[in-house]
Write a protein that binds this ligand. Structure first.
Ligand SMILES: Nc1ncnc2c1ncn2[C@@H]1O[C@H](COP(=O)(O)OP(=O)(O)OP(=O)(O)O)[C@@H](O)[C@H]1O
Ligand SMILES: [Mg+2]
Length: 265
């Protein structure tokens, strides 16, 4: 497991835990590069509220990769004596929280955000994994010259994080009926039509539950959940998450249509 060192404490939230800025040196042909990231872990107290945090972040990252969503790379790492997840920082400067983008940009998303269709994909993905936390600090934007590119961060309150926080069992109708998903500022106009979301619903429905042959490529729900080391995620929780993801995948058209109807009409 990679060894990282702490630069500084970034935030200290009683229920959700501390986030640390960390770095490590990596050898490169020209000497050393510095990799930086944000590190978080669940201790006994925070685990009570948000469950197996590092595993949740890693599963969300790997699922997002299957559908080509831009998400910060997550690695399970050790910082001092603590194991947890690091979210790698993109080497672009400056980085902005989505909510820092100017209204000029937010009013002209199709022209000023690169591949802005990915925002529709992200909205559907958040509904699938039950991420209730897509506020304006959980997407990072950076300039690419004439446009802004972006990536998503912080999926700690999705999947096992959401189930642990709310406490309703995974198969409680509560989850199918929940519509209070956040969306990024400026996107309301684009995500309010189900027709535009449907291709991304289908894309998620096309993710295999299990691959027939041994799946080292991490492209099925089963291989992604089962790839998490057992000390980060007990097998009982793995079974729950596979059921939860499969159930929401099957019901996704209905669930997304309900969100659209109740939130936007
Ligand atoms: N990969 C990344 N690239 C850039 N910034 C990041 C990245 N990961 C985390 N951050 C920064 O660290 C902050 C805290 O990280 P994160 O959102 O994962 O934790 P959190 O405690 O759940 O925060 P919040 O309450 O803001 O949602 C982010 O708001 C962002 O500023
Ligand atoms: Mg956050």
């Amino acid at each position: 497991m990679e060894e990282w060192k702490v630069i500084r404490k970034v935030s200290n939230r009683r229920t959700l835990g501390t986030v640390w800025l960390v770095e490590r040196k990596v050898m490169s042909p020209t000497g050393y590069d510095i990799e930086r990231g944000y590190f978080k872990f669940a201790n006994v107290k925070t685990q009570k509220y948000i469950g197996p945090l590092a595993a949740t972040e890693l599963i969300a990252y790997r699922l997002a990769q299957v559908i080509n969503l831009p998400v910060a790379e997550i690695r399970l790492v050790k910082v001092g004596e603590q194991i947890g997840a690091v979210s790698l920082i993109k080497q672009a400067q400056p980085l902005y929280h989505w909510r820092q983008l100017s209204s000029r940009v937010l009013h002209d998303i199709p022209n000023l955000i690169k591949d802005s269709e990915r925002l529709l994909n992200a909205f559907v993905f958040d509904i699938w994994i039950c991420n209730f936390d897509r506020h304006g600090r959980n997407a990072i934007a950076y300039s690419t010259g004439d446009k802004y590119d972006f990536y998503l961060i912080d999926h700690g309150l999705s999947l096992a994080g959401a189930l642990q926080r709310v406490k309703n069992p995974w198969n409680d109708p509560f989850w199918d009926n929940k519509v209070s998903f956040k969306y990024l500022k400026g996107t309301r106009h684009y995500i309010k039509s189900y027709d535009r979301l449907e291709p991304y619903v289908k894309q998620i429905q096309n993710i295999q539950f299990k691959n027939m042959e041994e799946d080292k490529s991490l492209t099925s729900i089963t291989s992604i959940v089962d790839s998490i080391p057992h000390h980060f995620l007990p097998s009982k929780t793995k079974t729950i998450l596979k059921n939860f993801l499969f159930h929401r995948q099957q019901k996704l058209p209905e669930i997304v249509q309900r969100v659209v109807k109740k939130r936007f009409n």
